[in-house]
Design a binder for this molecule. Structure first.
Ligand code: CUA
Length: 317
């Protein structure tokens, strides 16, 4: 197996890689066995049952039920087994742990920008703590891009106007390649970067350094603080309280991650996509019991500012 991995696959550096590679190798080997068996059968039959003279006629062929059932049922169970295996791994990859370290990722033609909770910012190079689960909250400023780190077996589209996310744990300190895996224009092939996994101490040092403007990175205030400033500047508090009291709109206290009932009768979980939609298209999903009076902030707040507000709302527990 190790030889196969070396031959076919990039280095395995995330928590998913071992499982992922097992499934990949299983499909690969099963396909090879089927290919070989079918090819050999075809060649043998072509020789064995070839037409031997001008007078040869095709004999009457009667069907064999047991043979047909066998070659239908075996492949059926094989693909169901692969589906179940793949689904289990997919669910694991789609469910980030609660305590995952969150980093905001912005894709644009043709570079990657990473924003960390303490205000540090890096371009092209993503820094992550090794041995800890990391969740990326991703969005695009223009067209669809795709975040792809082969060594982590992680790939997910990054879209404009909505968030997508991936998570992974980098197993040990190492530097891996990052690619854009969705054709996004003339600079697509150059839209690459690095993922630098560091020991938690080194990572924290880098974060501090980056937040104070060193280490080849620039910085702003922590996102949640920027969000607080925006909350005040835009007079959000006229309608939204932070202490649970009810004003014209719902309070932000404890709202993050909760399920709220809408006027339409449906229920929605308050996550990044819902908050973003409510800022840009306030009328889309009105919470039950509140009037539809919020103005849109489209054109007023940019993507970065909306991210900052989301981080601020997350903190209102
Ligand atoms: Cu971005 Cu391809």
């Amino acid at each position: 197996m190790n030889f196969l991995n070396k031959f076919f696959l990039p280095p395995a550096r995330s928590n998913f890689a071992a499982d992922y590679d097992k499934l990949f190798n299983f499909i690969h080997i099963a396909s090879f066995i089927l290919l070989a068996a079918i090819t050999i059968t075809i060649v043998v039959f072509v020789i064995k049952y070839r037409r031997r003279s001008e007078h040869d006629v095709t004999p009457i062929i009667t069907d064999k039920k047991w043979l047909e059932v066998t070659w239908t049922v075996i492949p059926l169970f094989l693909v169901l087994f692969i589906f179940g295996w793949g689904f289990r791994d997919y669910m694991q990859m789609s469910t980030p742990p609660q305590d995952a370290y969150e980093i905001h990722v912005t894709a644009q033609k043709w570079l990657w920008t990473f924003n960390y909770a303490n205000g540090a910012k890096s371009t092209g190079t993503l820094h992550v703590p090794a041995g800890k689960p990391v969740k990326l909250i991703m969005q695009s400023k223009d067209v669809i891009h795709s975040f792809y780190v082969p060594a982590f077996r992680v790939k997910r589209d990054v879209r404009p106007n909505a968030y997508s996310s991936v998570w992974f744990t980098a197993m040990k300190p190492d530097t891996s390649d990052l690619f854009c895996a969705e054709y996004c224009g003339t600079g697509h092939s150059g839209m690459t970067g690095k993922v630098v996994a560091q020991s938690p101490e080194h990572f924290n040092n880098w974060l501090q350094q980056a937040a104070s403007g060193g280490g080849g990175a620039s910085s702003d205030k922590p996102l949640a603080e920027q969000g607080k400033a925006l909350f005040e500047q835009n007079a959000c508090s006229t309608c939204h309280s932070l202490d649970g009291s009810i004003k014209t709109g719902p309070s932000f206290k404890g709202v993050w991650g909760s399920k709220v009932k809408l006027k339409s009768g449906k229920t929605v979980t308050v996550d990044a996509n819902y908050v973003r939609e409510s800022i840009l298209h306030p009328q889309a999903k009105i919470v039950q019991g509140f009037p539809p009076v919020m103005p849109t902030f489209q054109g007023t707040l940019d993507d970065h500012q909306i991210n900052a507000l989301i981080e601020f709302i997350k903190k209102q527990q």
